[in-house]
Design a binder for this molecule. Structure first.
Ligand code: GLN
Length: 238
């Protein structure tokens, strides 16, 4: 946590990477921290502004191909996110933002360099992956199953030094077998937009990573739990 004991959360490039209500992830983190009495500062950093290097948590949202390519170029040129990660900041990335963390990705038929923060690369799949996405999360993270909604054309191929976030039981995710990726305090998922609303336990994981606390007081997640159970039952029956 920053020296002033406030959890600082940066939402990266809301002008480029906010196609799917990605602001929700920032609101959910701030709310869940506040409910534990943890002070939070949220900062929105537009693509024409320098990236702060000392925030505790960075959020990178989803986006269409053009804004995604522009975001990658600006983040690489800026270098601030790399410095923050080297200093131990937490990163949570969704869909286009997730693809950006790897070595390369395709947008509008062209290959672009990614930030190379995680060991994977993305190419294009034969179909667009649209629909429910879910499956058991890496047991080392101690979280309930992932549920979400995906909408992407890319496929992501993990290298040996990164772990899948989850195995896929519904949907496509990375490649039909695994979904998302994590290493250290960096976590990416194809679960769409405000993914933390459907997966509040991931929000708490990010807050624990940022604060260093082993546990946080539980909150009432009845609605998220019910939605998960309903969607898992519906996709199992389909
Ligand atoms: N443009 C990327 C793709 O289609 C990411 C899309 C998204 O963020 N939903 O794969």
């Amino acid at each position: 946590m920053s020296s002033d004991s406030i959890i600082s959360i940066v939402w990266i490039y809301p002008d480029l990477l906010s196609t799917y209500g990605d602001r929700g992830n920032m609101l959910i983190l701030a709310r869940r921290a506040a409910l534990r009495g943890l002070p939070v500062r949220t900062v929105e950093v537009r693509s024409d502004q320098p990236m702060p290097t000392t925030a505790d948590i960075y959020l990178v949202g989803g986006g269409e191909d053009g804004p995604q390519a522009l975001a990658a170029q600006r983040l690489i040129a800026d270098g601030g996110l790399h410095r923050a990660v080297a200093q131990g900041s937490v990163v949570f990335a969704v869909c286009a933002g997730y693809q950006l963390l790897g070595g390369s990705f395709f947008a509008k038929g062209t290959q672009y360099a990614g930030l190379d923060l995680l060991d994977f690369r993305s190419d294009r799949g034969p179909t667009r992956a649209v629909g429910e996405l879910g499956g058991p999360i890496d047991p080392r993270l101690g979280l309930p199953p992932l549920t979400g909604f995906e909408n992407h054309g890319g496929r992501t191929h993990l290298g040996p030094s990164v772990s899948p976030l989850a195995r896929v039981s519904t949907g496509i995710g990375n490649d039909g077998a695994t979904e998302g990726a994590w290493r250290g305090k960096l976590l990416g998922t194809y679960s769409h937009g405000p993914a933390l609303s459907r997966n509040p336990a991931i929000a708490d994981l990010l807050l624990r990573w940022a604060t260093g606390y082993d546990t946080l007081p539980p909150l009432d997640d009845t609605w998220a739990d019910r939605l998960r159970a309903e969607r898992m039952a519906a996709t199992a029956a389909a």
